[in-house]
Design a protein around this ligand. Structure first.
Ligand SMILES: N[C@@H](CCC(=O)N[C@@H](CSC=O)C(=O)NCC(=O)O)C(=O)O
Length: 281
């Protein structure tokens, strides 16, 4: 693991790193905020998955999360949003697919399958790297994210409840099989057979839920979000949660759009939500 830069921040350390990823087959960058409490021993970890066009820097620069992570003693971890430097033809041609748009899944279709393995990268390789290299508590890990990253956080948590103990999202792509962003990504990364899409669709996963999150799921959604109706569809996830008897707090906020002004307004509540669950017992 190579240190790119380190910065003092709210009594802790904001760091940016690069490592050779076996899952991705290329170098990957990620960021970690270590709260001041990490100097004394292992602390709970909260992974954040960013949205389309973002990098490992976006959340750390724009969300204002470090103030609250330092108060609660939570480590923040953010990966990049896709492999970089694959050399695949057309990988940088659109902002909602390819570079910056890994969708936190393991692609099965050529030419994407060799490198676009963000699901396994986050679940296994990045998590293990954090546990080995930083003072992190392996049994107190939560996950959250925004938009494409909200989709990723919900999917990773619903499929791995023994690993991710708390989950929340800002304006997630809640039913990707039904929206243009999801259909474009899933069709190219996973192929035309929509049966293969279901394992990466939070609403479909909720419809077949095996193990509920008894502490609930928190979602914040701005009602001034230009992507709400066509791309995000939180009402589908809400209905699936009701059917599965999964406690869900879905807060709808008049006037807020899709960006980081919205996220930075709500971030304090998300840190408190994860802190309460991750430090129980
Ligand atoms: N280029 C697009 C806007 C892209 C955008 O809004 N990206 C969002 C995530 S969208 C879903 O995953 C984002 O977080 N952007 C970074 C930011 O700093 O806001 C367009 O032209 O509409």
């Amino acid at each position: 693991m190579e240190l790119i830069s380190e910065h003092a921040c709210f009594g802790g350390i904001q760091g940016f790193y690069r490592h050779a990823s076996a899952e991705i087959g290329l170098p990957m960058r990620f960021s970690v905020f270590q709260p001041p409490q990490a100097r004394l021993g292992p602390v709970p970890v909260l992974m954040y998955l960013a949205g389309l066009t973002c990098t490992e820097e976006t959340f750390m620069i724009k969300a204002g999360a470090q103030r609250y992570a330092a108060q609660h003693g939570i480590m923040l971890v953010a990966p990049d949003t896709s492999p970089r430097g694959t050399g695949i033809a057309g990988v940088a041609d659109s902002w909602d697919f390819g570079d910056g748009a890994g969708f936190y899944l393991d692609a099965t279709q050529a030419p994407w399958a060799s490198n676009f393995r963000m699901y396994s990268y986050v679940l296994h390789e990045l998590r293990q790297t954090i546990l080995k290299q930083f003072p992190a508590q392996p049994d107190r890990i939560g996950i959250f994210g925004h938009s494409m990253g909200g989709h990723g956080a919900l999917v990773l948590a619903l499929r791995n409840p023994a690993i991710f103990h708390s989950v929340s999202a800002f304006a997630p792509i809640a039913a990707p099989s039904h929206c243009p962003w999801g259909q474009k990504a899933f069709g190219n990364y996973l192929g035309a057979d929509q049966a293969a899409w279901q394992q990466y669709d939070a609403t479909a996963l909720m419809q077949g839920l095996q193990q509920p999150f008894p502490q609930g799921i928190l979602i914040d959604q701005g009602l001034g979000d230009k992507f709400l109706t066509e791309q995000l569809m939180p009402e589908r996830f809400e209905a699936a949660c009701a059917q599965a008897q999964q406690p869900l707090t879905l807060r709808r906020h008049a006037g807020y759009d899709h960006g980081y002004y919205f996220i930075s307004t709500m971030i304090e509540d998300h840190l408190a939500f994860h802190h309460r669950i991750l430090t129980a017992n």
